[in-house]
Design a protein around this ligand. Sequence first.
Ligand code: RP5
Length: 167
Amino acid sequence: MTNTEGLRVAILMGSASDWDVMQHSAKTLSEFGVSNEARVLSAHRVPEAVAEYVKTAPQRGTKVFIAAAGMAAHLAGAVAANTVLPVIGVPLASGALNGVDALYSTVMMPPGIPVGTVAVGKPGAINAALLAISILGTSDPALLQKLTDYRRDNAAKILATELPAPV
Ligand code: RP5
């Protein structure tokens, strides 16, 4: 958590083994000054704790959930089942199917219970944070301006790229 405005974004993941990737969500949110909390809460191993955490999170200031898991990745869906707040799912590559399993498990939600799903792995972890910032930015012009600045800086870096001489 980076300030005292409440925990605006909750980052949940199925296992501590997911943190290596999901720390990039926390890092990105913190760089934008968005308060966040990361917790390990598995849809399969501690389902009651997931429901309890999600149902009480608004009292702590949470406006957006990021939920990440690998293999049969049902965490984002389980979070969405317990809230009408936005839920962003990050499929993770772990196990024999290398993230395809988690992608399908996260993205193929039935109508009525949406999960906004981003890319597998680190790109998804970063984009989940940026998408959460966009959502928060709809009611926070200063935050939206930071996102505009971030895009402008990235564009400037790309335009300034110089390739090495061919070998
Ligand atoms: C999922 O199973 C977790 O999200 C993790 O990606 C994967 C493996 O979990 P561990 O065996 O490392 O705890 O539930």
